[in-house]
Design a protein around this ligand. Structure first.
Ligand code: ACO
Length: 329
């Protein structure tokens, strides 16, 4: 007989990642715009980023990351009945990138759709998948963050083009019965927020309904920075309150990888031990929705993140949107 408090929880079965072949260093950028390795490193912590090849689309990066995650989870694509792709750089205005990934993986059942929350997209995707899985409507989800931001950068604008890169990361989640305690594996809590009044601080100056073109990324960097730390620490505080945990209980803090200074200031504000931060921003740059699953895959593959550990993910991005998810790995 089922335990009276038995409930469903979304358990991580595996994570995966994919980076395009071409690596662009700060030294390479020095030849393209009026910038220096020293400026980029000091202000952001970024040393290099990867750039998709001509004809290499977001869905292709996403599919490779998904295959890597399925391998890590030791399940077949046919076991997946929900695909969520978080991206701000879809292959086409429609159909969704998720349906292209679904087809590439040879899946014809279940449902696939995109979520648009820019850099917060992966956290929004995990939260959405969690609602589907814990409601009992779906059994196994692929949540993917995939971007080709190189296609929406103004390569003449040194204030933005040095910050971003391309890539993809993916996570497989499975609905499993749980006693519902904080010690049980799975997504413990998710907290999402948005405030559309901040549109002009971080946006793309085009789209199907405005210019008919994809447009270029525009950002008021100082303004984004000013809001970021407060917003992400708010939703992490919500996660601790909802679960009765504290920063000291965390094994790993895996933030959105936009800027090392934002990451360090957020950890410092909540008293998170700096040794518990997973940082990949120096290697990948800001890959928007791909940054968290890329960082998770890095830390799982190198043996840092292990089953049973408590992992906090968080992000903030265009909209503004922001959110957190606390996961018992
Ligand atoms: N190389 C050299 N100099 C530069 C560059 C560059 N690439 N870019 C700007 N500068 C110059 C500026 O022109 C300015 O010169 P001035 O003083 O002569 O006017 C000077 O450097 C300082 O510029 P600021 O914009 O004031 O530099 P700041 O210290 O604010 O750093 C940065 C800029 C790195 C963008 C910072 O504001 C930041 O990280 N903001 C957050 C951005 C972010 O994280 N966005 C992503 C989050 S959301 C998402 O992920 C989509």
């Amino acid at each position: 007989m089922a335990h009276a408090t038995e409930t469903l929880r979304s358990v991580v079965l595996g994570v995966g990642s994919y980076l395009p072949q071409r690596c662009l260093s700060n030294a390479d950028l020095e030849k393209m715009v009026d910038t220096t390795d020293e400026w980029i490193l000091k202000r952001t912590g970024i040393r290099q980023r990867y750039i998709a090849a001509e004809g290499e689309m977001t869905s292709m990066l996403a599919t490779k990351a998904a295959e890597d995650a399925l391998k890590a989870a030791n399940i077949s694509a046919q076991d997946i009945d929900l695909i969520i792709v978080a991206t701000a750089t879809p292959d086409y205005t429609f159909p969704s990138t998720a349906t292209q990934v679904q087809a590439a993986l040879g899946i014809t059942h279940g449902v696939a759709f995109d979520v648009a929350a820019v850099c917060s997209g992966f956290v929004f995707g995990v939260a959405t998948a969690d609602k589907f899985l814990t409601s009992g409507s779906h059994k196994r989800a692929l949540v993917i963050g995939a971007e080709t931001f190189s296609r929406i950068l103004d390569w003449n604008d040194r204030t933005t083009c040095v910050l971003f890169g391309d890539g993809a990361g993916a996570m497989v989640l499975e609905a499993r019965k749980s006693e519902g305690s904080v010690a049980d594996r799975g997504v413990l809590t998710t907290h999402l927020r948005s405030d559309g009044r901040h549109r002009e601080k971080l946006y793309v100056d085009g789209g199907p309904s405005t210019t008919g073109k994809a447009g270029h990324l525009r950002m008021m960097g100082k303004e984004v920075f000013r809001h970021a730390v407060g917003m992400v620490t708010d939703v992490m505080t919500d996660a601790f309150a909802a679960t009765g945990t504290t920063a000291a209980d965390l094994d790993w803090f895996v933030p959105h990888q936009a800027n090392e200074r934002i990451i360090d200031a957020s950890a410092d504000k909540l008293g998170i031990d700096m040794a518990k931060i997973v940082k990949t921003v120096s290697l990948h740059g800001n890959t928007s929705a791909a940054s968290i699953p890329l960082a998770l895959a890095t830390a799982v593959k190198d043996g840092r993140i292990k089953p049973g550990q408590l992992v906090m993910i968080e992000a903030m991005g265009g909209g503004f949107t922001w959110g957190s998810a606390l996961i018992r790995w």
